[in-house]
Every structure is written in structure tokens, then in C-alpha cells.
Design a protein around this ligand. Structure first.
Ligand SMILES: [Zn+2]
Length: 489
């Protein structure tokens, strides 16, 4: 004899079994979509093919797609609604690649497909793909059951530039969204709540000087490279006096062409990271260093802000709900070949040779130290209750932005991770659609956070998405990469 709770649980489990089957029934198509996006390896705001493929796939499945949302041509929103349309569940999905990480798929040694070209070193080929698999499968069950609700996928470009979500928030895209499920490919199966990562300003300072013959007429020139070097020297000293939570780093993006022409142009790209409460003053101090360098060298400078994002604040009640579903889906099983590939890769890369052994965890600031990385999902966590589920598509030991992640991105290890992740995302959304008291608890926790940390963008007034940052770099490699494109069907 079932009591009411057991009966309810049994019904839930049989529904979830159906969702799992719906995911498995279409998984192979989505593995291929992931392969195609992996092979396009398009950098931030250059994801024309990747975003089109994902938007078309959702459109064909009955979602209403709006392309080019929030002033970004490669961003999209895909919505499907039934009945009252409430609650509204948002899904974030990324698809941008990284410079310099071209790598052959499934190879346990470092060998680029096109030397110097971009590659998917952060598993983003699997992420919007996984969310699309989840929502399309869940839609089938919602239709069968006549469930009320709205599923909304936010196709999010340029995460590696941290440049899309603050503009999506600014465009009001999350206004009616009750809860957001974010995701990231990883070598674990986990979810976190509480304060995560660092807030960040990303910006380019371009100095303008005067050219001249460096040997014959140096007094007629003013070196923009000197200005960049002095700015770096200044911020190097500044770093010593910042809170221990800061991370400040830079690369010179323009640094002259030849020693005998005094360079009239030089640029440096900074990331300034810290807690939400410190990051603005650190940013202003770096600008003081730029101004000081310009004064010392009699040059001028221009500032271009690429991105400005908050820390992440994951919702605990939502994380617990997602973690229950991670446990329900359970650990992925691997074949001997997969274990052998994982160990060969680990050996080659100098990681501990432990095979596909990874943890399933619910983490918080009490269990994990604050990490230095940043994500533009931070802004979303302050306007809607949000968590990021990490799903296993990498070999344990592989750090983000590494050739080993690119290698694994098209293997059966990644396939299994996409399927497992999609099940967790769809199960979690199903729980949110069918248990109003669970959603109410999540919302109440969020209202408390919103009271404590009312959202205010870090973006300067009048900032625009930096759509051209990677245009030239992408153009340089796209032709050579085309020969190796994988077909999505
Ligand atoms: Zn990433």
C-alpha cells in the first residue's frame, strides 16, 4: 500500500523515466550538433554558424525563435509555451570557442587541426546543445501531460569575453523568468550555491603617440609602447596593495612593429577581478595608472570597456533540487576504451592517471574556496534565482582552456555527459513545473538576495557589446578551418 507521498514519488519517477527516454530517443542528433559546433570553433560574437544551427534546431522543434536579441547578432531567444504559460523556466546556453586551442578530437596527444586556430577548450560546444536536447525532450512530455509553463532558451554568445548576459539583462530578457538553469561542461557532476567566482572589468587601453625615426629623430616621437610598459609597471605595484581576493592581469595586444619606428600606437587588455564590493575601485585605480603613464610619456589614451560583470550568487534551494536530480541520473558508466583514452590523455598531459573517476557534489563557499574565475552568468543570478549545473564531458584533471578539453569534446565521453546533463536539466525543470511549493521556496530565497544585493550593472553608461573584438582573428582562420567542418546531420 502506498501512502500519499510514496504514490506522489512513484508518479514523479515514472514521469522522469519517460523524460529520460525522450532524451535518449534524440540524443544522437544532438551529439552531432555538438560535433558541428566543435568543428566551427567560432570565437565570441563570430558564432554565426553555431547560433544558427541551434536556433534552427529549436525552431524546427516548435520553439518561437527571436534572433539577434539584446543588440547581439549571434544571441537568440527560443520560447515554447503551453496553457497559462506559468511558470517560466529559463535555460542559459553558450557556444563560443577560444583562440589558439585547435586540437584533433579524440587524440591523447597535443596535435592541432589548424595550427594557431581557435578551438573549444571550455566545452561550450556541449552546453547550449545539451540545453536544447533537454527542452525539446521535456516539451514532448509537457504536451503529453498538458502541463502549464514556458521553456525559454537564452542562446548566449561570447561567454569567453563575458560580454553577453549583462546586455541581455539590460534588454529586460529575464523580466518574466521565474527561475534560470545554467550549465557548464566539466569533469565533475555537481552544482554549487552561494557566492562564487569574482566580479570583473575587462577593458582595452589604447595609447596614441607620435612616430619618428628612433635613431635619427627620437625627440620628434612619443612612444605609445613606453606608455603601455609604464602602465604595466604602475599596476604591478598597485596589485600589492589590493585585497587578497583580487586578480589583475593583462596582455599587450599592440606593441609596435619594428624598433626603428617609434610606435605611435600600443594597446593593452586588462582583466581586473575582485569581489563585487571592491572591483569598481580597483578598476578606477588601474585607470589612474593609465593616466599617469600617458602623462609621463606625453601620449593620450582611449578606454574601451569589453565587459563588466558581477560575481555569481547561486540559489541554495534550487541547487538542492538540481543535486537531487544529479543523484537520480547517477554517475555515467564508461567502457574500457574510454578509460584507456582518459588514462593516456592524463599521462600525456601530466595529470594524475586516475581514469574517469569524478565526484558528484553539492558545493558552497563552506566547502570550496572562492575561485578567481568570472562568468557573465553573475548578472543573471542577481535578477532571477539561478544555478549552474556542471556536467561531465571532460577527462578528470583537464583544466578549462586546455587542449585536452578540446580533444575530449567530440568523444563518446562527451556524448554521455551531454545525455546525462540533459536528463538533469529536464528533470529539474519538470520538478519546477510540477511542485509550486518548491518554486515558491526558491523565489523567497531569491527575494532575500535581491533585497541585500539590488542589481545595478557594472557596465558604464552607453556601453555596447564589443561585436568586433575577434573579427580579424576569426577571419584569419575560418577559411583553413572550413575543410574540417563536421556535418550536424
Ligand atoms: Zn566556459
Amino acid at each position: 500500500m502506498f501512502d500519499a507521498l510514496e504514490e506522489f514519488m512513484a508518479t514523479m519517477n515514472s514521469e522522469k523515466l519517460k523524460i529520460a527516454k525522450a532524451v535518449e530517443a534524440r540524443q544522437e542528433r544532438f551529439w552531432k550538433i555538438s560535433h558541428a559546433i566543435w568543428s566551427y570553433a567560432e570565437l565570441g560574437f563570430e558564432e554565426v554558424k553555431s547560433s544558427t544551427l541551434l536556433a534552427n534546431t529549436l525552431e524546427e522543434a516548435g520553439f518561437k525563435v527571436e534572433r539577434g536579441v539584446a543588440w547581439m547578432p549571434t544571441a537568440f531567444g527560443a520560447t515554447w509555451s503551453q496553457g497559462t504559460g506559468k511558470p517560466v523556466i529559463g535555460f542559459l546556453g553558450e557556444y563560443d570557442a577560444l583562440p589558439m586551442l585547435s586540437q584533433k578530437g579524440g587524440s591523447p596527444i597535443k596535435e592541432p587541426v589548424v595550427p594557431g586556430a581557435p578551438g573549444h577548450g571550455c566545452s561550450h560546444n556541449t552546453m547550449c546543445t545539451m540545453q536544447a536536447l533537454a527542452v525539446i525532450s521535456l516539451k514532448e512530455i509537457m504536451q503529453e501531460k498538458g502541463l502549464n509553463g514556458t521553456l525559454k532558451v537564452f542562446g548566449s554568445p561570447a561567454e569567453e569575453l563575458l560580454a553577453s548576459r549583462p546586455y541581455m539583462v539590460r534588454a529586460g530578457l529575464f523580466k518574466d523568468v521565474d527561475v534560470v538553469l545554467d550549465c557548464h561542461g566539466d569533469s565533475t557532476f555537481k552544482v554549487a550555491y552561494g557566492m562564487e567566482g569574482t566580479a570583473m572589468y575587462s577593458f582595452i587601453v589604447a595609447f596614441q603617440g607620435k612616430t619618428s625615426h628612433a635613431g635619427s629623430f627620437p625627440w620628434m616621437g612619443r612612444s605609445a609602447v613606453d606608455a603601455v610598459e609604464l602602465m604595466h609597471a604602475g599596476t604591478e605595484r598597485m596589485r600589492e596593495h589590493l585585497p587578497v581576493t583580487q586578480r589583475t592581469h593583462w596582455v599587450t595586444t599592440e606593441g609596435g612593429e619594428t624598433p626603428n619606428v617609434i610606435p605611435d600606437r600600443a594597446s593593452t587588455w586588462y582583466y581586473v577581478r575582485d569581489l563585487d564590493e571592491n572591483v569598481e575601485s580597483n578598476f578606477r585605480w588601474v585607470l589612474d595608472c593609465a593616466q599617469g603613464a600617458a602623462l609621463m610619456t606625453q601620449t593620450t589614451y582611449e578606454l574601451k570597456v569589453i565587459a563588466a560583470v558581477h560575481q555569481r550568487f547561486g540559489n541554495k534551494a534550487l541547487a538542492e533540487l538540481v543535486f537531487n536530480n544529479i543523484q537520480a541520473v547517477g554517475k555515467v558508466e564508461y567502457t574500457e576504451e574510454e578509460e584507456a583514452y582518459a588514462k593516456a590523455l592524463q599521462k600525456e598531459a601530466g595529470f594524475p592517471v586516475e581514469g574517469m573517476d569524478y565526484p558528484m557534489q553539492l558545493t558552497s563557499p563552506d566547502t570550496e574556496p572562492l575561485r578567481g574565475g568570472s562568468s557573465d552568468v553573475g548578472d543573471v543570478t542577481l535578477v532571477a534565482p539561478t544555478v549552474s549545473m556542471r556536467f561531465p564531458v571532460r577527462v578528470p584533471g583537464s583544466p578549462s582552456h586546455h587542449w585536452t578539453v578540446v580533444s575530449t569534446g567530440v568523444t563518446s565521453i562527451a556524448h554521455k555527459g551531454i545525455t546525462a546533463g540533459a536528463k538533469v536539466a529536464a528533470f529539474s525543470a519538470f520538478d519546477l513545473l510540477t511542485t509550486p511549493e518548491g518554486l515558491a521556496k526558491i523565489r523567497a530565497e531569491f527575494e532575500e538576495l535581491a533585497r541585500k544585493r539590488p542589481y545595478k550593472t557594472f557596465l558604464p553608461e552607453g556601453a555596447h557589446p564589443p561585436l568586433q573584438v575577434y573579427s580579424r582573428l576569426m577571419e584569419r582562420y575560418r577559411g583553413a578551418m572550413e575543410k574540417f567542418y563536421l556535418q550536424p546531420l
